[in-house]
Design a protein around this ligand. Structure first.
Ligand code: DCP
Ligand code: CA
Ligand code: CA
Length: 353
């Protein structure tokens, strides 16, 4: 049976929220982020994009391109609240909602809670409700699998939607540069270009064996998407009670500096997940296993949820420092954030506990 998948993605998400909440920013080039020397642009308003300002661009570059660019600091709590609102809307239509980040999700509406026969109409209604309830616009892609739905949501941005039917899927893929494909990052794009593959049509001419020889396991994925095929299910998120990351090191950590560095790396992994999922917790727990396999944990519960990486890093460090001086070398180190409220979060990062 052909599935109906919708990919919904908010337009210029952080920047649009800031323009919504400060009328003085509307119609102006706005960047969310810090203008300081080492800052980068997290989000750019559509007005700023006309000057070539983009996400992840160094702020100094952005200011050179757009001297009137207005920088505003991020307000993560507000973005998280919007994220909770839109996920609640999605769940009115289907339990099969898979958030990819705060501002986007896949929905499988093949069988939906409103018995709507048309996914196009469903997407329209969802976008209208998002606008009504958040005063923000979203774009949507509608297709028969996740890969194409995600491509489609970019097609009529902002505040638009686009359908890719089964009859049109292969031709749509053929016409795109490979850099647009989910899972083909800058490095793979470069490699494909070097091998003479610029577009989906070029990819289609290479057989599976050739692709596997050059790209390993990913070769099978490239072979499938070149044909507009993607069998991945929409996997709904389940509420999580904690987010953690730990690692067993190759060489036991024998100095405080080495332990701290490893600790911060794990805290960084946890923060990535928190940022992506919107989860929020108040209890930080650090765990270490000594060379002799004894385990020690230290934890601290804060008065408020951790909402920035610096707090997570600082608390993790303070906890790990309570283990100094080391009574033995450490072979495993990890950190967990727990004590979540019921905010739904995704479980897509498989390497976390
Ligand atoms: N974001 C970030 N750093 C990045 C990319 C994104 O902090 N390098 C944040 C800010 C964005 C939000 O995530 O507003 C969503 O990212 P998107 O890639 O969906 O981009 P936008 O929503 O800003 O714009 P678009 O309308 O193109 O989706
Ligand atoms: Ca977006
Ligand atoms: Ca997004």
């Amino acid at each position: 049976m052909t599935r109906k998948i919708i990919h919904v993605d908010m337009d210029a998400f952080f920047a649009s929220v800031e323009q919504r909440d400060d009328a003085g920013l509307r119609g102006k080039p706005v960047a969310v982020g810090s203008a300081s020397g080492r800052g980068v642009v997290a989000a750019a308003s559509y007005e700023a994009r006309e000057f070539g300002v983009r996400s992840a661009m160094p702020s100094v570059t952005a200011l050179r391109r757009c001297p009137d660019l207005i920088f505003v600091p991020h307000r993560f709590e507000v973005y998280r609240a919007v994220s909770t609102q839109i996920r609640a809307i999605f769940r009115d239509y289907t339990p099969l909602v898979e958030p990819l980040s705060l501002d986007e999700a896949y929905l499988d509406v093949t069988e939906n809670l409103k018995n709507m026969p048309s996914a196009t109409e469903t997407a329209k209604e969802i976008r209208a409700r998002i606008l009504d309830e958040t005063r923000l616009t979203a774009s949507a892609g509608i297709s028969y699998n996740k890969f194409l739905a995600k491509l489609a949501s970019d097609q009529n941005k902002p505040d638009g939607q686009f359908v890719i039917t089964p009859a049109r899927g292969p031709a749509f893929v053929a016409g795109l540069p490979v850099s647009r494909f989910h899972g083909v990052g800058p490095r793979t794009t470069e490699k494909m270009n070097r091998l003479g593959i610029q577009t989906g049509a070029d990819l289609l001419t290479r057989d599976r064996a050739w692709l596997t020889a050059h790209f390993g396991k990913a070769g099978a994925w490239y072979h499938a998407i070149a044909r507009g095929e993607d069998n991945r299910q929409v996997t709904p998120d389940r509420p999580r009670k904690s987010a953690g990351s730990e690692t067993t090191v190759d060489v036991d950590l024998a100095t405080p500096e080495a332990v701290e560095a490893a600790m911060l790396e794990q805290a960084g992994e946890v923060w990535k997940w928190i940022e992506k999922s919107g989860g929020r917790g108040r209890t930080v727990t650090v765990k270490a296993r000594y060379a002799d396999f004894r385990i020690v944990t230290r934890s601290r519960t804060l008065g408020a949820p951790v909402t920035d990486p610096d707090t997570l890093h600082a608390v993790s460090l303070a906890l790990v420092r309570s283990l100094f001086p080391l009574r033995d070398a450490i072979r495993l180190i990890g950190v967990t954030l727990s004590g979540f409220d019921d905010a739904p979060v995704s479980e897509t990062l498989l390497d976390l506990i």
